[in-house]
Design a protein around this ligand. Structure first.
Ligand code: NDP
Length: 243
């Protein structure tokens, strides 16, 4: 059994979450990895000795809470929660299906709140713990056809700063990471063909040099590995050529 504390990562089946899982796994942390497609987590190149995998939709707060309780019964209290699961469904709100707005707001905002609620009471009791919420540059800057996504990520910025202030006295750290465009599965879920094509054209305008997801994982580890009395409140990380 590892002597290191438990790390929980949502959206560990691909992209930033999968890279963060690989990085913390290589450092020997026990982990609870969450996603809906758990078979994709099982295919990651991990040492599975101290890894628990649970199929959890982050919108389902009870399933989220139960998975964390199950892991904590084995590995002890969660010391880091990486609230990373998210979806980006681009489109103009005049034509976009409202169900796509709901999916983004539920996953990107309620999912983050559900995760924080599941771990914050034990963290504030222990006076120890870290939550890193994955937002986006779209959390402080507008982009065409991103209306509901931008709304969700501005929401993540606002709720993160609010909770940070609320729990600062108990020594619990709340951090935000705002990545720029990166090569992950994120764009593949966009149903609007024009928005999809526009996004690819925008990425190509950067010479195709988007952010390496491993660098986001490294930034997450940097935030966590600072001493507990130091909070990196926010990191914005993007490809150098992104405007
Ligand atoms: P991916 O699509 O590669 O990964 C998204 C992850 O979220 C998957 O593991 C997916 O797992 C999980 N997920 C989505 N919905 C749910 C849900 N309801 N319940 C549980 N898990 C869910 O994208 P990224 O790695 O790029 O995205 C990670 C985060 O980074 C997101 O919050 C995104 O908004 C943010 N981001 C991404 C950028 C980019 O350019 N890639 C830029 C800025 C921010 P599964 O489908 O198996 O459930």
């Amino acid at each position: 059994m590892s002597t290191k504390p438990l790390i929980v990562i949502t959206g560990a089946s691909s992209g930033f979450g999968a890279k963060a899982a690989q990085l913390f796994n290589s450092k020997g942390y026990p982990m609870l990895l969450l996603a809906r497609r758990i078979e994709k987590i099982e295919e990651l190149p991990l040492n599975f000795e101290n890894v628990m995998i649970e199929q959890v939709d982050v919108v389902n707060k009870e399933a989220f809470r139960q998975a964390i309780s199950k892991a904590e019964a084995i590995y002890g209290s969660t010391d880091l929660l990486v609230n990373n699961a998210g979806v980006m469904l681009l489109g103009n709100i005049m034509s976009q299906e409202e169900t796509e707005w709901e999916t983004m707001l539920q996953t990107n905002v309620l999912g983050v709140l559900n995760g924080m609620k599941a771990v914050l009471s034990q963290m504030t009791k222990r006076n120890h713990g870290t939550i890193i919420n994955v937002s986006s540059i779209a959390g402080f800057k507008a982009f065409t056809d991103h209306t509901a996504y931008v709304a969700s990520k501005f929401g993540v910025h606002g709720l993160t700063e609010t909770i940070r202030q609320e729990v600062a006295d108990s020594n619990v750290r709340i951090s935000l990471i705002s990545p720029g465009a990166a090569e992950t599965e994120l764009l593949s879920h966009v149903t609007n063909q024009q928005s999809h094509a526009d996004y690819i054209a925008w990425k190509e305008s950067m010479g195709g040099l988007t952010l390496d997801p491993e660098k986001v994982a490294e930034a997450i580890a940097f935030i966590y590995e600072m001493p507990q009395e130091v909070t990196i409140r926010e990191i914005t990380i993007a490809a150098t050529k992104q405007q």
